[in-house]
Every structure is written in C-alpha cells, then in structure tokens.
Unconditional design. Structure first.
Length: 132
C-alpha cells in the first residue's frame, strides 16, 4: 500500500510512485529511478532544493504518463483511463517524484481525505472519484 498522498503512475513507460503536492508549481522526477533515459529538453530552470542550495535542472521533453490502478468508487472496478504526455522537471537529487499543480491542473484534480485516512483523487474526464 502507498503512503498518504502517494500514487502509482507510469512515467516514460515505467511504473513508479509519486507524491501529490499542491504547494509546488512544477512536477519533477528523479531520472536515476528509471531504467530508460529521460529525454531532456534544452529548457533549464534554476531552483532551490530541500538543502537550500541552488540547483540547475532541465525540463524533460514531453514524455508519456499514465495514471493507473484507480478504482471507481461506485463500481469497485479498476480502470486505466488517463494517459497523456508532459514535460517534467528532471532533478537527479530529488528524494521523491512529485506531481504538482502543473500536472494536476490539466486534469482539474480535486483531492479529499476520509476520516479513515483514505485519500481520494477526482480527475477528469468523467468527474469520477478514484481511491488512491
């Protein structure tokens, strides 16, 4: 089982986990966690990492991602419906992959929590509610 806020996702044709965060702007991935190389664009971004040091990172070229392993709450069946491509920030020192506002806004995401500690993520299309 995943920790609170973690989600299973396929990025660049490889299964990984990512943390859903709403207080950062750009989704990022650690390329060392992938077997296949992440195609890099020429676009670079200076950022400050968790250690409060400046880091120069590059954006990826558009790479496919695929939300997977969701269950419709009403039917209880698995579905694989949301697949697109996205430019992630490539950050070799990142302790986790992050899905941030840039990616969540594309799907008009809504996140809610139950009193049992369950996380729910609503994504378009279909305005269906998915259990993480």
């Amino acid at each position: 089982t995943n920790k609170l806020g973690d989600i299973n996702i396929i990025i660049n044709h490889e299964l990984t986990t990512a943390l859903i965060v709403t207080d950062t702007t750009i989704s990022l991935i650690n390329p060392t966690w992938f077997r296949k190389p992440i195609p890099q664009s020429n676009e670079r971004i200076n950022m400050v990492g968790m250690s409060n040091k400046r880091i120069l990172c590059f954006k990826s070229k558009p790479i496919p991602y695929h939300f997977m392993g969701f269950r419709f709450l009403t039917a209880g069946s698995k579905c694989d419906v949301l697949s697109r491509s996205h430019m992630f920030l490539i950050c070799p020192g990142a302790p986790v992959n992050l899905l941030s506002c840039d990616l969540l806004n594309i799907h008009n995401a809504h996140i809610s929590f139950s009193s049992k500690g369950e996380t729910f993520l609503e994504l378009e299309p279909g305005d269906q509610k998915y259990h993480i």
